[in-house]
Ligand binder design. Structure first.
Ligand code: SF4
Length: 366
């Protein structure tokens, strides 16, 4: 079968299937480039089911590019809280400001311009152009990469520049000049619903007749399984430092992990024995606060993308007169009831739940 013939057959089978089985998602009921941009950023690394509520909430609070550009970063992070990969929220915020400054608040409709906006890469730009502007532009997100690689039985590391270049070329060849809006949604859906990473549902796939991996029975071999490196593990002392009913929280630097989010001061230690010392010394060095004791109250585990942590929680009462004398990071004393107003990392939310559980247990025992 010729290449052009195969491409034509794939497109028409895909569209027929999409008309019958495609998903009805909130961001598909609009052609507003801003809404499509927000949805595309939220969908990076995150499942559709998780995104839906966040998408509605985000647009309720920031209904336009101008509203988002004019908001405080902290307010944006608060709405994003729990969705993870916070660089995406910071980029959306900076991106909105760029759009207001450079394009009068309207998302531009060309690839070169979209690529100048923080957080928009080639695939996201392709999705915005196809879905909002109906301009034929290929995409190559994780799902599409897999579908295309299987259709053409492309082996090797799909992240390597050589293979990626081939995939872009094939994705470009598959992308139709007309009707790109539906085509893009269709291939995204096929990757999410049928041609899944493990156990693709080939018997129900509309593309199986054209799929080289299916004919070779290579569908489980593409993409080639990668060896998972085991993630390093850290022991961290976390201080719930209290003064007259208030708790010390600090804000993480905006360019680091969980940038801009607030949380409880915490310090890594190589040994378990050294945990309390690391905490006491760290808090003195960073905030000038002198704590005399720290009582261990619990342990909790948390996984990040590249490492895992065991947090050792210490309750650290401070003397009444104790003040923040240094500010390595922005820090403040807040009442427990005020914590809900701050964007906090998921690990810090876990700490709050753990502390509530401990105090409930204690009141039952009394
Ligand atoms: S036949 Fe199987 S491997 Fe090929 S595109 Fe369909 S689901 Fe994917």
């Amino acid at each position: 079968m010729g290449h052009a013939n195969k491409i034509e057959k794939v497109r028409s089978a895909l569209l027929r299937w999409y008309r019958a089985k495609g998903r009805d998602l909130p961001w598909r009921r609009t052609r507003d480039p801003y809404r499509i941009w927000v949805s595309e950023i939220m969908l990076q690394q995150t499942r559709v089911e998780t995104v839906i509520d966040y998408y509605h909430r985000f647009l309720q609070v920031f209904p336009s590019v101008t509203a988002l550009a004019g908001a405080d970063l902290e307010a944006v992070l608060k709405v994003w809280e729990g969705l993870g990969y916070y660089a995406r929220a910071r980029n959306l915020h900076r991106g909105a400001q760029t759009i207001v400054e450079e394009w009068d608040g309207e998302l531009p409709g060309t690839l070169q311009d979209l690529l100048c906006i923080p957080g928009i890469g080639r695939s996201t730009a392709g999705a915005i152009l196809s879905l909002a502007f109906e301009i034929s532009t290929p995409i190559l997100d994780g799902n599409v990469k897999r579908v295309v690689a299987r259709l053409f039985a492309l082996r090797g590391d799909l992240k390597s520049p050589g293979v990626e270049q081939k995939l872009w070329k094939l994705s470009g060849a598959l992308t139709p000049k007309r009707g790109v809006h539906h085509y893009t949604q269709a291939i995204m859906d096929l990757g999410a619903m049928i041609c899944t990473p493990r156990k693709p549902d080939c018997p129900h796939c509309p593309l199986r007749n054209e799929c080289k991996a299916f004919h070779l029975q290579w569908q489980e071999k593409i993409p080639s399984p990668t060896k998972k490196n085991s993630r390093p593990h850290h022991q961290v002392a976390l201080g719930v430092i209290r003064k007259r009913g208030r708790i010390l929280i600090y804000q993480r630097p905006s360019d680091g992990l969980l940038g801009g989010l607030w949380g409880f001061p915490n310090y890594r230690s190589r040994t378990r024995k050294g945990l309390l010392r690391a905490l006491v010394q760290g808090v003195r060095k960073d905030y000038g606060i002198r704590m005399e004791t720290g009582n261990p109250v619990g342990i909790l585990s948390h996984g990040y993308t590249h490492f895992t942590v065991t947090f050792h929680l210490f309750e650290c009462p401070c003397r009444d007169g104790e003040k923040i004398r240094k500010r390595a990071f922005p820090a403040k004393w807040v009442y427990p009831g005020e914590l809900k107003n701050y964007p906090l990392a998921s690990s810090d939310r876990k700490v709050i739940r753990k502390l509530s559980a401990i105090s409930r247990q204690q009141s039952v025992k009394r």
